[in-house]
Design a protein around this ligand. Structure first.
Ligand SMILES: Nc1ncnc2c1ncn2[C@@H]1O[C@H](COP(=O)(O)OP(=O)(O)O)[C@@H](O)[C@H]1O
Ligand SMILES: [Mg+2]
Length: 221
């Protein structure tokens, strides 16, 4: 197995008395779709920020197969340009301009937005804006997608559509995706899932295994 994401004994604290992550270890194989679950405040976003290089772990080791694309909760905070195509092209500034058109088309086709290339971004639904953010990452050909509760602002139908779309993308492109959620129904789409509780990884299994485990926990609480 080639791991795209390796986290080894990673710890992090926002303040000395409150560790946010304690000894977290994780290996996500290349080309798989994993989910990271946990209650509010369990450390999911902190872990993703460490993977994205936005935070340095206090202890431990992070190893990635390459650059990451980060997709956040709020669809409106990620759009920078007025049109769909321009928004994807915006991330390609360090490539020669003659490569932009092909990259933009490829990426927009992968997320099903190519027909909307010339449309203004403000007319898109929340789900389409999240797909646009994903297209931005795909156009840069990053090997890893990190998604922090990308469905938080979507209605239930768009929510499951997006999970299915990412599942499909992982299968067709070989990108590795780590998706943060607290919604159990999304687990149906992942290859494997990890549970974070108070900064520690406490369970790992298939989506179904985690779903059953968490439902039992709730039933006992
Ligand atoms: N910028 C910050 N400054 C101080 N504490 C923070 C900050 N961000 C998160 N925390 C704390 O770190 C812990 C984990 O938060 P977070 O990673 O955002 O959890 P989750 O994404 O699972 O809801 C929480 O106790 C939270 O209050
Ligand atoms: Mg969070």
């Amino acid at each position: 197995m080639t791991a795209a994401i390796v986290l080894e004994n990673v710890s992090f604290a926002w303040s000395p008395e409150r560790p946010a992550l304690q000894n977290c270890s994780l290996q996500v194989p290349q080309g798989e779709f994993w989910m990271l679950l946990g209650a509010n405040g369990s450390g999911k976003s902190t872990l993703l920020k460490i993977l994205a290089g936005l935070l340095e772990p206090a202890q431990g080791r992070v190893e990635l197969a390459g650059a990451v694309g980060l997709v956040l909760q709020n669809p409106d905070h990620q759009v920078v340009m007025p049109s769909v195509g321009a928004d994807v092209a915006f991330g390609l500034a360090d490539l020669p301009p003659w490569q932009w058109a092909e990259r933009v088309e490829q990426a927009l086709r992968l997320v099903g937005l190519w027909e909307l290339c010339n449309r203004p971004v403000y007319g898109l639904s929340g789900g389409q804006k999240q797909r646009l953010a994903i297209a931005g990452a795909l156009a840069r050909q990053v090997p890893i997608l990190l998604l922090d509760e990308p469905t938080a602002f979507l209605d239930p139908e768009q929510q499951l559509d997006l999970a299915q779309q990412v599942q499909q993308l992982v299968r067709t492109t070989g990108v590795t995706a780590l998706w943060v959620t607290h919604r159990l129904e999304e687990l149906a789409y992942c290859d494997r899932a990890v549970l974070l509780s108070e900064g520690r990884i406490t369970q790992q299994g298939t989506g179904m295994e985690l779903q059953t485990y968490i439902q039992k926990q709730y039933a006992m609480a």
